[in-house]
Design a protein around this ligand. Sequence first.
Ligand SMILES: *Cc1c(COP(=O)(O)O)cnc(C)c1O
Length: 377
Amino acid sequence: MDNGIRNNRIREWTSNEGASGYLTIDLGAIRRNYEKLSAAVSPAKAAAVVKADSYGLGATKIAPVLLSAGCRHFFVAHFCEAIEISPHLSDEARIFVLNGLQPGNETPAAEADIIPVLNSMEQLRRWSATARAIHRRLPAVLQFDTGMSRLGFPPEERSFLVEELRSNQDLDILFIMSHLASADDEDSQQNGDQLSEMRRIAEEFPAFGVCFANSGGVFLSNEYHGVLARPGIALYGGTPNNGGSNPMEPVVSLDVAVIQTRTVPAGARVGYGATFVTKTETRLATIAAGYADGLPRSLSDSGAVYYNGVRLPIVGRVSMDSITIDVSALPAGTLSLGSLVEVIGPNQTLEMLAADAGTISYEILTSLGHRYRRQYR
Ligand SMILES: *Cc1c(COP(=O)(O)O)cnc(C)c1O
């Protein structure tokens, strides 16, 4: 058989069955989450943060759904991400690069209508020079550091910047922005501190609207909404605030296949380093995902998966491609080769898994990897 035809046949089979893990992404839930966030910030607008491939879930699939839900502002972190999603959006959509203007990207960004978030005087000068070189005013966003010490113009450069903008004919500043460091904790003093600082900045730059709130900020209060909010994790079902219940609809479910089952006697060592030793006769199953699939090694001997609502603890270390679970809580023979267990779903939320792993939902999502069969609903 011709190699190309053969490979296509194989691809067809493996895309329908035989996958060892299924990552299901509910595009309808993403749309409803966007609508909920939009309503929460109205009359301000809601942008969408689609950096890191939409938090690992597939930006080229998700951005068009958000566009059709009315989103017109898309934030990525890197210029290359902007180039990747650009063909999947319409001309009405604007794409912003949070990490700023990297030397070398000026002309391509101008040609592709990608808008840099200018984080420093040097970036502002480079973008202005590009505008002069192509004889066209260029759009830009200015980011200010309001107390996170990460990105943006520092306080001491603001008066200088005010002067600069008075004479600058090269740039069309669309809005000004800053980022909240503790918005997931509504009791944090830092939120109010950053809001006060943002208000001072807004007074110094009265010509421009403010873009401030990430997912957490959307739910703090409408004082944080400005003209445009910038939620990310909440779109993808992650909780915007650590305190209360999660107002967002779950987006992701992850089911992984059993690849072997066995019964071992008391005293059996399980996994690398034999960190787990059975106390009694134990029924085990090994499932087809490991730390290479974004299930952190920190879940070793601590996390769990579910089957029909029954918790099945992870025993021993998480391997690169597999995890062993104790299935003794299920009637013998319940699980066999190919059975699917729930890693993320109705019994185990993204947040529960992240907590067991000692991390946050963001890191779980962006680490999920590409060995699962992805299904978009
Ligand atoms: C990632 C990011 C966001 C989105 O934050 P979430 O907490 O996911 O809502 C917004 N703004 C900036 C600058 C970011 O880096």
